[in-house]
Ligand binder design. Structure first.
Ligand SMILES: Nc1nc2c(ncn2[C@@H]2O[C@H](COP(=O)(O)OP(=O)(O)OP(=O)(O)O)[C@@H](O)[C@H]2O)c(=O)[nH]1
Ligand SMILES: [Ca+2]
Length: 516
């Protein structure tokens, strides 16, 4: 007989490692280990970020810019932040300048479009929407010659259709849209619309999805200027034309917005020149230009705009000599005369009889507000308004020779006009919009926010692609927190399994006392 024949039958089957309980526990343990390793590897793997893209062309009165935006694929409604990836400045003037040769407008956009084809990965071209929005230059051209304006838009359309993107149309924005989308852009970039923030970017204890106080938007273009802000004293009833109502991320906004056509800085300069040349002088001594500045200007060129064409003086010579006098106070007087503050049929007005509720909150001032104030070193709005005016007065009184000498690299076209432009900005803000010495400090002159340009284009694209939902997502996504809980849970399961296995030999079923 073999030695095993002397063992009792129970003892043969009682190997503890073969009991069903042990096998189940071991299998669970192995699954937990595999899952844990998989989750950790997947979560920490370098994922090449996938983006979607959108392109907006801003066809302004003075020039056209192309903006490429991108956002993480599949995240647009939740935590994906849309950002500007690239911009391109179209060479030459704005598309409205090509009224007499519309095809050239289309042609002018090609170089930036080819650049966009390089920037956006080829496999994404066909799903990348492309929009063109025209602003005040085209509004003026439509007033002057609507068929020429249509021909320009058709030419632009034909050109853009020739590229591989998903072309979505070219149109001229209404002034209210231009103002409102500028407001959406800066508040979106500043994360003031109550949008959920990307994980890891949430200030502790912040109540998510609740609207913060929004920032007003001030946009100064070449042909028009926009003011947009939320006011507690405005529900739209007093002036429906100035009202835009939004529901964004579950918050309602009643926005006041107005666009003043002809009050962009180029057209405002025409208004000021027209005001000073009503008696058809041969020489104009202009306080808004530096002493020593002298240029010959054609009457027909100055009055060639619907903003001033009806006021061209009778019997004017062909041209006049435009001379600078460099006097801030007198320049301000000229500029005040282009604002009509005498009549207001509403409870309160900005100028030209346009309703404006009381100013409220902070403001971001961009485009030419920024170019000009940055050049003049006056973007610091903690400076008292009186100091700003004193600085401007000093700058305007500099001789033209001196100014040119100090800024040899600046285009003469821009350089000659900074005294006018700075004075215009201060006068527009104070006499026009009623900013006071105190509220002036609530303005911030800005160019970009978190790397994206301030302007109407981003807001326009967010709106057309439905990327800002009316309602907030039901529950804020917590991928990082979910990951942490999953790992913790699995570690706990593992710990329990190991503990059970360690205690296994002492279980009553399995204590191996040979039974005699
Ligand atoms: N000094 C300076 N002026 C600039 C610069 N870029 C544009 N401008 C001028 O600033 C003014 C406003 O420019 P934009 O905001 O581009 O105006 P726009 O979009 O063409 O015009 P709108 O259709 O009225 O919006 C125009 O008179 C431009 O000529 C710049 O880099 N420096
Ligand atoms: Ca503009």
């Amino acid at each position: 007989a073999s030695p095993s024949d002397f063992l009792l039958p129970e003892m043969k089957e009682r190997n503890p490692w073969h009991s069903p309980a042990t096998i189940i526990i071991t299998v669970i343990g192995v699954i937990a280990v595999v899952a844990l390793v998989t989750v950790i590897v997947l979560q920490n793997r370098e994922i090449p970020q996938k983006y979607k893209y959108g392109i907006v062309m801003d066809a302004g009165s003075s020039h056209t810019s192309l903006y490429i935006y991108r956002w993480p694929a599949e995240k647009e409604n939740n935590t994906g932040r849309v950002e500007e990836m690239h911009s391109c400045q179209v060479a030459g003037p704005g598309i409205s300048s090509y009224a007499s040769a519309p095809w050239k407008a289309g042609e002018s956009l090609r170089a930036c479009m080819r650049e966009a084809e390089q920037q956006v990965p080829q496999r994404r071209h066909q799903q990348t929407p492309l929009y063109l929005g025209a602003t005040a230059g085209m509004r003026l051209l439509s007033m002057e010659n609507s068929s020429a304006a249509e021909a320009v838009l058709r030419a632009v359309e034909e050109s853009l259709r020739g590229f591989s993107f998903s072309y979505q149309g070219s149109r001229t924005l209404r002034g209210q849209e231009e103002g409102a989308f500028g407001w959406v852009t800066i508040n979106y970039l500043d994360e003031r619309l109550g949008q959920p923030r990307p994980p890891g970017d949430r200030p502790p204890h912040q109540t998510l999805l609740q609207g913060l106080e929004t920032t007003g938007a001030l946009d100064l273009g070449g042909a028009s200027t926009q003011i947009s802000f939320v006011s507690d004293h405005f529900d739209g009833s007093e002036s429906p034309d100035n009202s835009m109502v939004f529901r964004l991320y579950g918050n309602d906004y009643s926005l006041y917005t107005h666009s003043f056509l002809c009050y962009g800085k180029d057209q405002a300069l025409r208004l000021a020149l027209a005001h000073q040349t009503q008696d058809a002088p041969v020489t104009l001594l202009d306080p808004c230009f530096h002493p020593g500045y002298e240029a010959s200007k054609d009457y027909s060129a100055v009055y060639d705009s619907p903003c001033v064409s009806s006021r061209r003086p009778q019997g004017a010579p062909l041209n006049f000599t435009h001379k600078g006098a460099g006097n801030f106070a007198q320049c301000q007087k000229v500029i005040r005369s282009i604002f009509n503050s005498s009549s207001c049929s509403h409870s309160r007005c900005s100028f030209n009889g346009v309703f404006q509720p009381p100013l409220q909150g902070k403001f971001g001032a961009f485009s030419a507000y920024y170019f000009v104030m940055d050049f003049l070193n006056l973007t610091d709005t903690s400076l008292p308004l009186e100091t700003v005016k004193r600085e401007l007065a000093r700058y305007c009184s500099n001789s033209w020779d001196q100014v040119k000498q100090q800024h040899p690299a600046v285009k003469v076209k821009y350089l000659a006009a900074y005294c006018f432009s700075g004075t215009y900005i201060i006068t527009l803000l104070t006499d026009g919009y009623n900013f006071s010495s105190e509220s002036y400090s609530s303005i911030k002159f800005i160019k970009k926010i978190r790397g994206s340009d301030a302007g109407w284009t981003l807001g326009y694209m967010l709106n057309l692609t439905n990327m800002i939902p009316a309602e907030a997502p039901d529950s804020p996504p917590l991928p990082q927190a979910g990951y942490a809980s999953l790992v913790t849970l699995m570690v706990l399961v593992l710990a329990v399994v190991l503990l059970l296995l360690a205690l296994r030999p002492r279980w009553p079923c399995c204590s191996q006392q040979p039974q005699v």
